[in-house]
Design a protein around this ligand. Structure first.
Ligand code: KIV
Length: 269
């Protein structure tokens, strides 16, 4: 190392679990390139997700379904080059974890070639999660609205409004923790359900459209910068409004998450 060059210690999953234990909210954003990754990291956002949302916001696709492993790896490499301290998660994209062997091969590729610290997969894939964790792959679960299933769902909608659906999401969350996942994302579920799940799990629960009582919040970067086209979902907020720079907008998002000012009741279900 050259003199004058600083080395940075990356946050670990243990740091994130400690934040939950201390009652400090965890701020998370998606990113897909080195420049935004550097800015997000500089502001002190703890977690960056290379989400398959890149299919929609970067590639202009109508869903996340076309995103490939190679694309996730490419964008992970870009993000890793920009960041210093943030904890980095990448999505296992559509159809990349339909069996244990396929899941482990793809998770290894993403971790070794993309350099990320954890992989995320959608749904109550308990056996797959258990298998990946057994092989040493850190896993983040994802329940509620599952965007990779859009062609089965027909449209994006809140999940867990019916009691039977809420009970299933609650019990799946317990199983995902028991299978060894160390983080859980809840997308578009009633705030009351997300609160109950967050209180019942030891692992941090990160919400997107899941109310203020999760252990942390995540948004798609382009949504919080007001860049996304079309009708904005009610759980997003344009933090660029009134901000002098992108850095200030990200700082405002971080502050709002840390102080439990985002999301508001109106931004929740
Ligand atoms: O792909 C993505 O960006 C995500 C977040 C919406 C959680 O999965």
């Amino acid at each position: 190392m050259n003199s004058g060059q600083q080395s940075y210690k990356s946050l670990t999953i243990i740091d994130l679990i400690t934040l939950k234990q201390q009652g400090e909210k965890i701020s998370c954003l998606t990113a897909y390139d080195a420049s935004f990754s550097a800015l997000i990291d500089k502001v002190g956002i703890e977690v960056i997700l290379i989400g398959d949302s890149l299919g929609m916001v970067i590639q202009g696709q109508s869903s996340t379904v076309p995103v490939t492993i190679e694309e996730i790896i490419y964008h992970s490499c870009c993000v890793i080059r920009g960041k210093k301290q943030a904890f980095i998660i990448a999505d296992l994209p559509f159809a990349s974890y339909y069996s244990k062997m396929v899941a482990i091969e793809n998770a290894i590729k993403i971790m070794q070639q993309g350099g990320v610290q954890m992989v995320k997969l959608e749904g109550a894939q308990i056996d797959i999660i258990y298998f990946l964790v057994e092989q040493g792959i850190p896993v983040c679960g994802h329940l509620g609205l599952l965007p990779q299933s859009i062609n089965q769902l027909g449209h994006y909608q809140v999940k867990g409004r019916l009691q039977s659906e809420a009970d299933k999401i609650f019990s799946d969350a317990q199983k995902i923790e028991q299978a060894g996942a160390k983080l859980l994302i809840l997308e578009c579920v009633p705030a009351i359900l997300a609160k109950k799940i967050s209180a019942s799990l030891k692992i941090p629960v990160i919400g997107i459209g899941a109310g203020v009582d999760c252990d942390g919040q995540i948004l798609v970067l382009y949504d919080m910068l007001g860049l996304s086209d079309g009708k904005r979902p009610r759980f997003t907020q344009n933090f660029m409004q009134g901000a002098e720079s992108i850095e200030i907008a990200i700082q405002r998002y971080r502050d709002a998450v840390k102080k439990s000012l985002f999301p508001t009741i109106e931004q929740s279900y």
